[in-house]
Design a protein around this ligand. Structure first.
Ligand code: ATP
Ligand code: MG
Ligand code: MG
Length: 554
């Protein structure tokens, strides 16, 4: 796919292949927990895993890590599927950790019989007190030496629903003196009298992440199980659990860790994003200000730009923050190539061309995309009354102001050279109308000497009588701080930008009347916009995806 150098995970795989691991046995998985919508951090993991699948011609499973019924919902499963597909990836098999509840239970029984697991009936508090510290060993639970019979009886009772939540847990019997705290008799099962979105009320004991993840990898015969760095210490436990069930001849999954991706000026944690949704700071998970894949999609990002972003930043061995401007750079670059140009005025000022016939309309030819010859041309109406941007006119200005001023000339894009003659103000001294004259021989593309005449500024405009009005949503960063959740003394919510959304009415050239949901455009000199899903026939809503780096009016 790309000619960049290998990342460190690819080096690990290459080394395994050189050491005789069969290429045909390579298999990967992407394992989201369906407790929220995927975000840009997940995109890195998706691109990594599915990218490996493409590079090595290996299958990639989509595995829902659904071991916590309290926080997981069907809605999230559907949203996750949709986001991965939209990014352009296909999984081999769709699996659920909950598919393995019975197998995991059976294996747990085996562990009890082998003397490697026991039921602990202490409070969570007492168990925590016995854990010790990283420098001091923990102490044994008084229940650690229960007989196999007693353990089996209790564990079966837990499964049947005989006991309330918190009364018993199943723990692996490993080593309370291990220097790795996670190896100090970790909990494998807890009682939860909660219905699960897939298994309903079949189960009231649920396996913990560590007990589930590696065994699921093993059952699916995943060769390389890639997770983020916070699981590095879990690797020893992952391997211990695998040792208990591994059979010769099978692929033995390997956990390897890579760094979490953070994005500046936002938070990438489902839990925190959920708070933004629940507190109504944003309109939903797919609000274009959210760093979710669905938010980026709704706001006009392309899957290519997100894949390129992930590929460009690559994967790292240390957690890091990537500046959001890199993501913006990528989408701007892609939209520059593919988005048709149109004219829209967002802050209108009326301009009257006094020497242009009243009622006359002329359809001027406009190029759809100078970056793409095949994009063709369209017609835009020109008439006596136009709108230009307020910012593009000043009564007086110095020589560096290349827009319109009294006595000065500019070209109207795709149209004529005009000269501002006078302006009208209201009783608050605000300019409400500019009167101009136009040079009839200066029409763009007409081939006349006047049409070639260079004037310093070019303005976009729309015909006032033909323009359609639309709602336009202008987004700014959701947080005012580059790392809102990295402050010890402050909550990330303290940095929410109160001005991250401005809703205005804009005036668009009439060709936009046919725009469909999702269509992307460059509003010339303003930025890239797309049609939001809130649009209704005759009432379009546009999102600003990203502003322009520079303008052709410079
Ligand atoms: P969150 O805290 O947002 O819920 P998570 O890691 O708990 O994140 P999962 O649904 O478990 O979310 O993640 C699925 C996969 O995506 C995991 O392999 C996880 O390590 C990876 N992942 C999650 N967040 C990031 C991130 N910011 N950068 C890279 N990979 C990530
Ligand atoms: Mg997780
Ligand atoms: Mg999580």
């Amino acid at each position: 796919e790309s000619d960049r150098s290998l990342n460190f995970i690819e080096h690990i795989i290459e080394e395994d292949l050189e050491n005789g691991f069969p290429k045909a046995d390579l298999r990967f998985r992407f394992p989201p927990e369906p407790n929220g919508y995927l975000h840009i951090g997940h995109a890195s993991s998706i691109c990594l895993n599915f990218g490996l699948g493409l590079r090595y011609g290996a299958p990639v499973n989509l595995r829902f890590d659904d071991t916590n019924p309290v926080k997981e919902e069907k809605e999230f499963v559907g949203a996750i599927r949709k986001d991965i597909e939209w990014l352009g990836y296909n999984w081999d098999t769709e699996r659920y950790a909950s598919d393995y509840f019975q197998q995991l239970y059976d294996w747990a029984i085996d562990l009890i019989k082998a003397g490697k697991a026991y039921v602990d009936s202490q409070s969570a508090r007492d168990m925590a007190a016995q854990k010790g510290t990283p420098t001091e060993p923990g102490s044994h639970s008084p229940y650690r030496d229960r007989t196999t019979e007693e353990n089996l009886l209790l564990f079966e009772g837990m499964k049947r629903g005989d006991y309330p939540e918190g009364s018993h847990v199943l723990r692996a019997k490993i080593n309370m003196a291990s220097t790795n705290m996670l190896m100090r008799d970790p909990i494998m099962y807890r009682i939860l009298h909660k219905a699960h979105h897939r298994t309903g009320t079949d189960w009231c004991i649920y396996p913990m992440y560590d007990w589930t993840h590696g065994e699921s990898d093993y059952l699916e015969q995943v060769s390389h199980s890639l997770c983020t760095l916070e699981f590095a210490m879990h690797r020893e436990l992952y391997d211990w659990f695998l040792d208990q069930v591994y059979q010769k001849g099978k692929v033995r999954p390997k956990q390897r860790e890579f760094a979490r991706r953070n994005l500046s000026h936002t938070v990438v944690s489902k839990r925190k994003l959920m708070q933004l949704v629940e507190r109504g700071i944003v309109s939903g998970w797919d609000d274009p200000r959210m760093p979710t894949i669905s938010g980026l999609r709704r706001g006009g990002y392309t899957p290519e730009s997100i894949r390129n972003f992930a590929d460009t930043i690559g994967i790292a061995k240390r957690d890091n923050v990537v500046d959001v401007s890199l993501l913006e750079f990528g989408i701007r670059e892609h939209l520059n190539r593919i988005a048709p140009r149109v004219m829209a005025v967002l802050n209108p000022l009326k301009l009257v061309i006094t020497n242009y016939l009243e009622g006359e309309v002329e359809w001027l030819e406009a190029e759809n995309n100078p970056e793409d010859e095949s994009a063709g041309y369209r017609k835009v109406p020109f008439s006596r009354e136009l709108f230009i941007e307020k910012e593009d006119f000043k009564e007086q200005a110095n020589r560096k102001f290349f827009r319109l001023k009294l006595g000065g000339e500019v070209r109207l894009k795709n149209g004529y050279i005009i000269k501002a003659q006078s302006c009208t103000k209201n009783d608050k001294d605000q300019i409400i109308e500019v009167q101009c004259t136009y040079d009839p021989k200066s029409k763009s593309g007409s081939g006349t000497e006047e049409s070639m005449r260079k004037v310093k500024g070019t303005l976009h405009w729309v015909s006032a009588t033909h323009a359609i009005s639309s709602e336009v949503r202008l987004y700014d960063r959701l947080f005012t701080d580059p790392t809102p959740d990295a402050h010890r003394d402050k909550d990330f919510m303290d940095f929410v930008n109160p001005d991250s959304l401005e809703v205005i009415t804009g005036f668009m050239e009439p060709s936009l009347a046919d725009a469909k949901m999702g269509d992307r455009f460059q509003f010339q000199r303003l930025g890239y916009f797309n049609v939001d899903l809130d649009s209704r026939p005759g009432k379009l809503v546009f999102n600003r995806t990203v502003g322009l780096r520079d303008t052709w009016a410079k």
